[in-house]
Design a protein around this ligand. Sequence first.
Ligand SMILES: Cc1cc2nc3c(=O)[nH]c(=O)nc-3n(C[C@H](O)[C@H](O)[C@H](O)COP(=O)(O)O)c2cc1C
Length: 194
Amino acid sequence: MLEFSVIVGSTRYGRRGRIIADWFIDHARRLEQAHWTLIDLAELCLPCIDFEYVAGTNSHPVEAVNKWKTLVGHSDGFVWVTPEYNHGYPAPLKNALDHVYDEWHRKPVAIVSYGGEAGGARAAEQLRLVACELHMAPIQAALLIPSIQQRLLDDPAAGLRDREDRVANLVNELVWWAATLKQGREHPLDWPTT
Ligand SMILES: Cc1cc2nc3c(=O)[nH]c(=O)nc-3n(C[C@H](O)[C@H](O)[C@H](O)COP(=O)(O)O)c2cc1C
């Protein structure tokens, strides 16, 4: 069975990111028989990056970092849930992305973004560039959620109802890419070289 991780990219007190990630994963689980795991960076509590540790030259064990690497390594595909902060994505998300390298390789990522009128589009586009550098496949299907504050004033499910079709499309695409790339990782094609 395919393994997907939905990563909550905002960590601040009072954030809306967890509400959106919970809503998304609830729909994804109903749509696709796969393992969907929610990873909340606020609960993981990664330290600020220490490249000596990441490179393995510092033997000081950091439990959260090991856990994070294992979670990413076991995943076949990802959903990064990000707000837009000052036309970018949150620093804790970048810190988390940079802690891991090989474990991201040749895996797809879909981006769910939210914010004001632009629905977090600027943060999402920047994350696509980061994903490429991590040897990932950022997929075209995305979910942008504009006017997030107004949508979540009362019932979040009602406020997000018009985005449900997008979730279905995103999940379909992500599953296709995850299955295809998993096959490719496990059984690389023996391409003719001449
Ligand atoms: C530091 C900060 C900067 C923000 N900058 C933007 C921005 O540039 N564009 C935008 O659409 N919304 C911006 N917002 C509004 C957020 O997108 C909105 O508050 C969202 O709920 C934040 O995500 P969170 O609740 O998960 O932390 C900003 C919010 C914060 C806290």
